[in-house]
Write a protein that binds this ligand. Structure first.
Ligand code: 5GP
Length: 112
């Protein structure tokens, strides 16, 4: 298991507010939310970032899970944003692939 905070959340070694789980993914609320709904969808497999896997099925699954959680959170009709940060310029801070689901307010574009 990789030594990062999301690996520890996946292993249930540290707590998180989990909103969804299946055999391939885990989704939990971001500890520092940037919108009323801010949830992280992560693969259970150790994958450092979006460029570190060619598993199109898994990548598609993460997006499908995020869309299902958006419906569950009641923001499907108002809209939401899915974000994957990769590398320094994007501000990626945890080296485990994660999809941000952001919604519940009007989001600015372009992002900062
Ligand atoms: P990144 O900047 O890498 O795209 O996003 C990492 C996200 O993980 C940030 O939004 C940050 O608030 C969140 N985060 C960092 N540590 C923890 C933690 O221990 N628990 C939870 N739930 N979220 C975390």
């Amino acid at each position: 298991m990789a030594d990062n905070i999301f690996s520890k959340i996946i292993a249930k070694q540290i707590p998180a507010k989990i909103v969804f789980e299946d055999d391939r993914s885990l989704a939990f609320r971001d500890v520092n939310p940037q919108a009323p709904v801010h949830i992280l969808v992560v693969p259970k497999q150790d994958i450092a970032n979006v460029a570190a896997t060619g598993d199109e099925t898994l990548l598609g699954h993460l997006l499908t899970v995020a869309a299902a959680i958006a419906r569950q959170e009641g923001i499907d009709s108002t809209g939401y944003r899915l974000v994957i940060n990769k590398g320094r310029d994007a501000g990626e801070s945890v080296p485990h692939l994660h999809v941000h689901l952001l919604g519940g307010r009007a989001l600015q574009w372009p992002p900062g």
